[in-house]
Design a protein around this ligand. Structure first.
Ligand SMILES: Nc1nc2c(ncn2[C@@H]2O[C@H](COP(=O)(O)OP(=O)(O)O)[C@@H](O)[C@H]2O)c(=O)[nH]1
Ligand SMILES: [Mg+2]
Ligand SMILES: [Zn+2]
Length: 302
């Protein structure tokens, strides 16, 4: 009794030591034996909120609000899904796949389009049009140029005191933005850093780097989930397209409608009436077919 609880968060992990930030101090900690489950890489990971004892043992790990595997981190507030307006061109399927992953892993997404200095006014408007499905699903969109320092302050304002991971293809300026969000410059711009290139199946713990607007950025060159998340069945898939939710008192003609080619489908009507974006619906159909063929073994009845 009488002992104060020391609470902090794990911001780095190196060879069995956990670096726990408590206020302005960093404690080098060990994980108490009872919290170690054999062969588990995720017993305690970067991002975890923990309690430590006075002799720097981690004695409790708080429940995680979310967790991702590559990089292996927890308690991420935002996934910044980054693309460029040009060079390389935007791939909307890939963008939607990242949104699907962020929904699956329960991390709020924001979309950042960099290199807008390369776009004419007309190109900007037509890009805004192509991306207007984001507004319908309440995902914030930022147009940015790290070259011209356009839009970066808006992002900083948005992510103040938050923990932020980045995702998106290479060459879109992720390192360039990360460099503007942190004080130590240690990210390679303009080339893929060889050191950061990892084998496909290795997991490595990332670290949290304090950002210059409070909070943290995660030091990975990009959340690597460009694959579909492990969605187990149709019900789970449909729950991730929140804009497909029907009012309680209405349903498609067929009760187990998958909204593909069934007659009397209310979802398809909503697409026709432009209440659901066609971009999102087309993406949904692609994901549905892919999961059905590749993972659900053409299982028709759910
Ligand atoms: N035109 C333009 N080029 C940019 C901008 N930001 C970054 N780049 C360039 O895009 C290339 C890739 O940038 P980098 O930050 O390494 O991208 P990453 O692979 O996503 O980390 C580099 O040549 C950068 O100089 C920008 O705002 N406008
Ligand atoms: Mg990079
Ligand atoms: Zn339907």
């Amino acid at each position: 009794m009488g002992d104060d609880i020391i609470k902090g968060n794990v911001i780095n992990k190196i060879q069995g030591f956990y670096y726990v930030k408590v206020g302005e101090n960093i404690h080098e900690c060990k994980l108490r034996g009872i919290l170690k489950r054999k062969d588990k890489k995720d017993n305690c990971i970067v991002g975890d909120i923990v309690e430590i004892s006075e002799d720097n043992s981690i004695i409790q790990i708080y429940p995680r609000k979310n967790m991702i595997n590559r990089p292996l981190v927890s308690n991420v507030d935002y996934l910044v899904i980054q693309f460029a307006g040009k060079d390389p061109e935007i791939d909307l399927d890939r963008l939607n796949t990242l949104i699907l992953n962020s929904t699956y892993y329960k991390i709020d997404p924001i979309v950042v389009i960099n290199k807008i200095d390369l776009l004419s006014e007309e190109e900007k408007s037509s890009l805004l049009e192509r991306l207007n499905f984001l507004e319908k699903i309440n995902i914030p969109l930022f147009f940015v140029s790290t070259y011209k320092n356009i839009g970066v302050d808006e992002i900083k304002k948005f992510i103040t005191n938050k923990t932020v991971a980045f995702g998106g293809p290479s060459g879109v300026g992720k390192s360039s933005i990360l460099n503007m969000l942190q004080d130590e410059e240690d990210l390679v711009v303009g080339e893929t850093s060889k050191k950061l290139k990892r084998g496909k199946h290795t997991t490595r713990d990332s670290k949290f780097i304090p950002s210059n607007c409070g909070g943290y950025v995660i030091d990975t060159p990009g959340f690597s989930s460009i694959e579909l998340p492990p969605i187990k069945d149709f019900a789970e898939l449909i729950s991730m397209f929140k804009e497909f939710t029907l009012p309680d008192d209405s349903h498609c003609k067929f009760l187990n409608c998958h909204h593909i080619s069934e007659p009397g489908c209310l979802i398809k009507n909503m697409v026709e009436d432009n209440k659901i974006s066609k971009t999102r619906y087309d993406f949904y159909k692609k994901v549905y077919e892919k999961l059905k063929v590749e993972r659900w073994n053409n299982y028709e009845k759910y």
